[in-house]
Design a protein around this ligand. Sequence first.
Ligand code: ZN
Ligand code: FE
Length: 251
Amino acid sequence: MLHVHQFPCLSDNYGFLLHDPTSGETAAIDTPDGGEYLAQAASRGWRITQIWNTHWHPDHTGGNAAIVEATGAKVVAPAEVLRVSPIDVAAAHGDRVTLGGVVADIIDVSGHTNGHIAYHLASEGVAFVGDSVFALGCGRMFEGEARQFWASLQRIKALPPETRLYCAHEYTAANARFALHADPGNDALVAYAQDIAELRDKGEPTVPTTLARELATNPFLRADDPATMERWGSADPWQAFAALRQAKDAF
Ligand code: ZN
Ligand code: FE
């Protein structure tokens, strides 16, 4: 059983350290802030042995150099990360990486960037999804296209529903406002939005979420819902997704 240690980083990122007590290995999931990751690991007596990047954006890779210099950690990353920092293992869809004896399957979740990957640890029931899907939202479509992003979301939707999704940002309160606008008749969404407001009032994180809850409430995962398609004037789910993504950007 792995430990996931979650802590805030930068303005609204989350940092995650994944620790395997059996082997003593620790993976940094993305590296928004190298100094903060090293301090968080040290406070637990953990040494970071691997970095697992999800995509190339600096708020996910900016701490790679500092962590590698301090620990010699091995960098696992999609090839797109090469544009900002050296990597040791280029990871792509269908690959498997391990932390001690625990396996993570690499899933293509491109759309936010063209090389974005997620790490799914089936034995732990967790997935680190970076900026692909958020609680009640999804990443901005900076590099990809709607059809591609929608296909990526299908791969996330196909994971076991009890999977805990570790999203890389605390964007949930703002996402909830758009979700309620996009899907106003959804009772599960209304209840979720209330829970989110209570958590944020107490200063608590809304991450991780579960896939089951997102399947019931996240408008971007639900673009193929007949009511959503009708409301967003689209004959194809990916076009409804595109319409939602555009509307969110302008919201
Ligand atoms: Zn990003
Ligand atoms: Fe980000």
